[in-house]
Design a protein around this ligand. Structure first.
Ligand code: TYM
Length: 477
């Protein structure tokens, strides 16, 4: 019996297949499989006199050539077809009436056993909509589940464990993360530990910092019921495989234009190629979770713009697969500057520890650093781009006090830098006190931190898996 005949034996209405919007039938796969499996579910139409779509119609819908894989396994209402490595299942809606359904893995070494009823419920829970209103042919589209889900907002952002977290990280990013956690249900934040290898850190130091950074983030008050924290390298396979695919779509010249690359390359004795391709991995970090919103500080603007370009190029070439994310930056003070040089950003990797306020600094450190912070001799205090140090201190005070810019200027009119520094010191100490206290409690509980990371991994992995499978099928792998 040839494949077309197997399908023809069942009575589906040909015309409805033709009517079907083929754009909506995209790549697909079974959850838990690393190979895409497309599932067509067709309403049982055996009473009607309609004709069956033949294989060519299915091929047209799927957009690739198909062969039936094992004719004997084709039971009533169910056919397994395969193109290359990609296995597809065609089944009749009557399948839902069965006591058990076996969904086999592409290599046939395992199968998911599920009752027809549960299978249907599962598909619905996962958001694979049926085209039930118009169609006798029903389509559950697995590959695009991730895309469909991303119609909602999903917030994704990361931080490198490349040093102790600074006030710049906090005001530039974490405060916005917290704000998004209030607004959205899906918030994924991760330790970009693969990124931090670009500066070849000492392995023992890196391990400590990973732990410390997670504990600091939790201590900042991220609501772990609504925010998921995980480690990039725990899902490294997904991130880096997508990054590789993205790298094939990224013009090399674009990487050379990145300001951060140029700055870091100037400072580092050894410049590995990872330092240059770093923004591609960032694009993959974002796209693998179908992010729609990425809260970052101003220094990441250029990287995010490149990520958007890469994702647009992928979607343009292979069809819509992931959303083009928006950046979300603080309205005030998207760039916190160094205390010792108002023209460079406050950076956790700056070896001069007096240039930064760290989130875990004690009150004495904070007092000393702010006291020594660079200012100028003009007693009149106002925001002015030609006075970067004063503007930075005023800006930090503005954000921490919640005042408007004009109110801050009014408050310090003619007061001189010493007064500003005293008030700022108080504000910073108060803002960081709860973080430090919470950190002290958490740092004694290593298991809790590890548990947070492993829960995070479990939560995000299915999404990464879905996206990567869809991407691979899209590109022809
Ligand atoms: P990283 O670790 O340098 O910084 C983490 C976050 O803090 C922000 N930030 C600042 N904001 C304002 N002023 C500053 N002085 C300041 N310093 C740091 C950063 O903008 C960032 O939002 N490549 C990223 C990590 C990353 C990522 C991603 C971020 C990897 N993949 C995907 C978003 C999405 C980085 O090195 O951030």
């Amino acid at each position: 019996m040839d494949s077309a005949e197997i399908l023809r034996k069942r009575k589906y209405r040909h015309s409805l297949v033709r009517d079907f919007d083929s754009d909506r039938v995209l790549s697909a796969f079974l959850l838990g499989d690393d190979r895409p499996t497309l599932i067509f579910i067709c309403q049982n139409n055996s009473d009607s006199s309609g004709t069956l779509p033949d294989l060519r119609d299915l091929e047209r819908i799927v957009g690739m050539s198909l062969t039936v894989r094992d004719a004997r396994k084709v039971e009533d209402g169910l056919a397994v077809v395969q193109q290359g490595q990609v296995q597809r299942v065609v089944l009749d809606e009557s399948a839902f009436d069965r006591e058990k359904i076996y969904l086999r893995s592409p290599d046939n070494t395992s199968a998911l056993e599920i009752s027809g009823e549960d299978f249907k419920a599962l598909l619905e829970d996962l958001g694979f909509e049926t085209e039930s209103e118009t169609a006798r042919l029903r389509i559950y589209d697995f590959g695009y589940a991730a895309v469909r889900q991303s119609a909602q907002n999903r917030v994704v952002s990361g931080i490198q464990p490349s040093g102790d977290m600074t006030l710049g990280n906090y005001l530039g990013a974490v405060v916005n993360w917290q704000k998004q956690v209030e607004n959205y249900d899906e918030n994924f934040f991760f330790l970009a530990d693969l990124h931090s290898l670009t500066t070849l850190p000492d392995p023992a130091d890196l391990r400590d910092r990973i732990f410390k950074t997670v504990a600091t983030l939790v201590a900042c008050g991220l609501d772990l019921d609504k925010a998921t924290l995980f480690r990039q390298s725990d899902l490294g396979g997904y991130h880096t495989e997508l990054a590789w695919i993205f790298s094939c779509l990224t013009p090399e010249g674009r990487l050379e234009q990145m300001t951060q690359f140029k700055e870091k390359a100037r400072k580092q004795e050894f410049v590995g190629s990872g330092l240059k391709t770093y923004p591609i991995l960032m694009a993959a970090d974002i796209a693998i979770y179908q992010a729609t919103l990425v809260p970052v500080g101003e220094d990441q603007r250029q990287h995010l713009e490149l990520a958007r370009e890469i994702i647009r190029r992928f979607n343009g070439r292979y069809g819509y697969t992931m959303p083009v994310p928006k950046a979300d930056m603080p309205q005030v003070l998207a760039r916190v500057m160094s205390l010792t040089d108002g023209t460079s950003k406050m950076s956790k990797s700056n070896p001069n520890r007096d240039s930064c306020i760290y989130l875990l600094d004690n009150p004495d450190d904070i007092k000393r650093k702010i006291k020594r912070a660079k200012t100028d001799s003009n007693r009149d205090l106002f925001f002015d781009e030609n006075r970067p140090e004063i503007s930075n201190l005023l800006g930090i005070y503005q954000v921490l006090s919640g005042l408007a810019q004009a109110e801050v200027v009014e408050q310090f009119k003619g007061q001189g830098a010493a007064k500003l520094k005293a008030q700022l010191t108080e504000a910073v100490i108060e803002a960081l006190r709860p973080i430090r206290e919470q950190y002290d409690r958490l740092s004694a509980d290593r298991d809790r931190v590890l548990e947070i990371l492993s829960q995070g991994k479990a939560r995000v992995e299915p999404i990464a898996q879905q996206t990567l499978a869809a991407v691979k099928q899209r590109v022809g792998l």
